[in-house]
Design a protein around this ligand. Structure first.
Ligand SMILES: *[C@@H]1O[C@H](CO)[C@@H](O)[C@H](O)[C@H]1NC(C)=O
Ligand SMILES: *[C@@H]1O[C@H](CO)[C@@H](O)[C@H](O)[C@H]1NC(C)=O
Length: 244
């Protein structure tokens, strides 16, 4: 009898372990300091457990993300926690209490170079669960942004259109950048800069950097728009109109 009890207990534990999941679609990522990184995550809570006589429903009452702690257990601090109102605003929980446990980290700092784990807690400890694998974030501090041009030649003709992309070795999405032309900031903040129907004034030296980290400023990208044949004359040059 006692043996059966133990066996049932074991089966129950196994059932519990397979009944709830936390899935990180990728378990490592890299982010440039100052950028924003999203850690996608989904979870399935255990819906109920049997106390021997009946099924007891479970409800998730707390979700949290912690850093460098295998089980996310107290007293380890969490980076985001439904139980704590004083978390760092850089950590934004984009998930919910049902299935989505996505975490976003803004303005990535050196101290985010760590492993992050998600934990759910139910109204009964049988529903508590942490995925120990976690997501490892590697913070890249040294690399500069890079400008990639859609045009294969740096010498472009008037009227052409070119897109400059400000990219980094690490983070490609959600980049907020500052563009500069000959050292002056432009108003565009997206990672791509579209230059439509180029003219001679678009020629210059372009650089870009993460808005939050000017140390990432790229090498200059020199863009030259080839002057048309007429551009060699001053604008007040008398042009003879063709005879009617
Ligand atoms: C989770 O929520 C985030 C933010 O709202 C969303 O971008 C993502 O697609 C959601 N993931 C799933 C699997 O629904
Ligand atoms: C970042 O974490 C990795 C391990 O994930 C470690 O090898 C590396 O030294 C850390 N870098 C810094 C700058 O702390």
């Amino acid at each position: 009898m006692a043996v059966w009890d133990k066996l049932w207990g074991l089966l129950f534990l196994l059932a519990g372990a397979v009944g709830q999941t936390v899935i990180y679609p990728f378990t490592s990522t890299c982010a440039v300091r100052g950028s924003t990184v999203t850690l996608p995550c989904t979870f399935t809570p255990l819906k109920s457990f049997s106390d021997g006589q009946r099924e007891v429903p479970l409800k998730i009452v707390r979700v949290l993300w912690c850093q460098n702690n295998v089980f996310c257990l107290r007293p380890a601090p969490s980076v985001w926690d439904t139980d704590s109102k004083t978390s760092d605003p850089r950590y934004q929980y984009l998930g919910d209490m049902m299935t989505n446990c996505t975490l976003q980290i803004r303005d990535v700092q050196q101290r985010d170079n760590a492993t992050f784990r998600f934990r759910m807690e139910a109204d009964n400890p049988k529903g508590h669960f942490t995925n120990m694998i976690g997501v490892t974030v590697r913070v890249d501090d040294g690399s500069k942004m890079r400008i990639i041009s859609s045009g294969d030649d740096k010498k472009l003709s008037r009227g052409e259109t070119v897109t400059l992309l400000c990219a980094s070795v690490c983070t490609f999405h959600q980049l907020e950048v500052t563009w500069f032309k000959d050292g002056h900031a432009l108003s565009e903040t997206g990672p791509s800069l579209l230059l439509c129907s180029l003219n001679a004034e678009d020629s210059g030296s372009y650089t870009c950097a993460l808005k939050t980290n000017m140390e990432t400023v790229s090498e200059p990208y020199s863009l030259q728009v080839e002057a048309g044949w007429c551009d060699q004359f001053p604008s007040d040059f008398p042009v003879r109109q063709p005879a009617a």
